[in-house]
Write a protein that binds this ligand. Structure first.
Ligand SMILES: [Zn+2]
Ligand SMILES: [Zn+2]
Length: 384
């Protein structure tokens, strides 16, 4: 079967302390300190045989994520930008949909022909973190497309416990092909959903939401905010193309933060009340935090999702004076999120299909990743 594989040289930076576990497992905790001179190639590999607790999925569509492009982008010394867990070589890709073609001997939830998508993080269920309910921070976790083979491939083997059925989307999307295309946007939607409702506290219908940066996570997040009853959704994004996509989704308050002063915009659009919810999805925190801190409504929630390379100055007095909170939000597993996002899509209240702006065939998957790295698309899909 064909797969897109990322490989690189294991060459830890001289000042990076490689742990024993990292060396043995080749699972770097911070890829940007270890993996150098990445390479991308479409290769022939053996079709996986599902383990007892796994299901084999024939992949239909897979979306390209910022994390995928950051595995091939490098700094001046050739180290990859991606700064979390990564074991190479690996088949990348984690935002996917497909059809079940084989089930392991110990599975019970799925059968051949089921349409599915999956969460990213597999967990042991037995470690200290898992036993407290923090499966996303499992001490023995593996991540599809990061530490174990992912979905830019004809087939992917997935642990049954992180797989979700998406056949309920048939009513909203009609034919199975549209269902599977839409289902690739479930994973990115869960990122915003978890930040807003798994981490932040007390977001209520009618709140004003402001998105800083509308790449795929911002765009799907805006859709989640609207589905959840936001009073207004305001977005700042420097890319013309991405602002256009946001407007195409029906959002009215979409601005270029370079051309317009974001503080004045938020004050005008919220009638001086400020933002009840700020969502940081740009990573340009040195530019966005001064805006966020100047436009907080009383009891505002700041949801920090982006992977920022630097630290902004935190205006404690502003946060304190507005009874505001900053919530860090990252990888999660379980916690009600996937099934809720699927319900919203099945009800026709969350539709991300217009965000998909380019589609490439699997043999051209490397081209697709380079295209996504230009950061002008909503979502780039690979069709298998
Ligand atoms: Zn992703
Ligand atoms: Zn665990």
């Amino acid at each position: 079967m064909k797969s897109l594989v990322v490989d690189a040289d294991w060459d830890p930076r001289p000042d990076y302390d490689v742990t024993e576990t990292e060396r043995e497992s080749r699972k770097a905790m911070n890829a940007s300190q270890v993996w150098r001179d990445p390479e991308l190639r479409v290769t022939e590999r053996e079709r996986p045989v599902p383990e007892a607790d796994e299901v084999l999925v024939r992949v239909r569509y897979a979306g390209i994520c910022g994390s995928d492009t950051s595995m091939i982008g490098t700094d001046d010394d050739g180290y990859v930008h991606y700064s979390a867990y990564l074991r190479l070589p690996n088949v990348v890709g984690h935002e996917f949909s497909g059809e079940v073609v084989e089930t392991g001997s110990d599975t019970r939830l799925f059968e051949e022909g089921d349409l599915v998508t999956a969460e990213v993080t597999d967990y042991c269920g037995r470690c200290h973190m898992c036993r407290q309910g923090f499966h996303g921070h499992c001490e023995h976790f593996e991540q599809l497309g990061f530490t174990i083979p992912g979905a830019f491939s004809e087939y992917v083997a997935v642990p049954e416990k992180i797989l979700w059925d998406v056949s309920s989307l048939r009513e909203a999307y009609g034919d199975d092909d549209e269902v599977l295309k839409a289902a690739t946007t479930i994973e990115p939607s869960t990122i915003g959903y978890y930040g807003l409702f798994g981490r932040a506290d007390g977001i209520i219908p009618g709140d004003y939401h402001v998105y800083h940066g509308v790449g795929p996570i911002g765009l799907t997040g805006m859709n989640v905010s609207r589905a959840a009853g936001a009073g207004k959704v305001i977005a700042f994004e420097p890319s013309d193309e991405r602002r256009e996509i946001a407007r195409g989704l029906g959002f009215e308050h979409v601005y270029n933060p370079i051309a317009r002063d974001p503080i004045e915009v938020v004050e005008a659009v919220t009638d001086g009340e400020g933002a009840d919810v700020h969502v940081e999805t740009s990573g340009a925190v040195l530019q966005t935090y001064p805006v966020i801190q100047e436009t907080l409504a009383e009891r505002a929630n700041v949801v920090h999702i982006s992977n920022a390379g630097s630290d902004p100055e935190v205006a404690l007095r502003e946060l304190q004076g507005n009874s505001a909170q900053v919530y860090g939000s990252e990888g999660h597993t379980g916690q009600q999120v996937f099934p809720r996002v699927i319900r919203l899509m099945a009800a026709g209240r969350l539709d991300n299909l217009p965000i998909v702006t380019s589609t490439f065939d699997l043999p051209n998957a490397d081209e697709a990743i380079h295209r996504a790295a230009e950061r002008v698309d909503g979502k780039v899909l690979i069709e298998v």
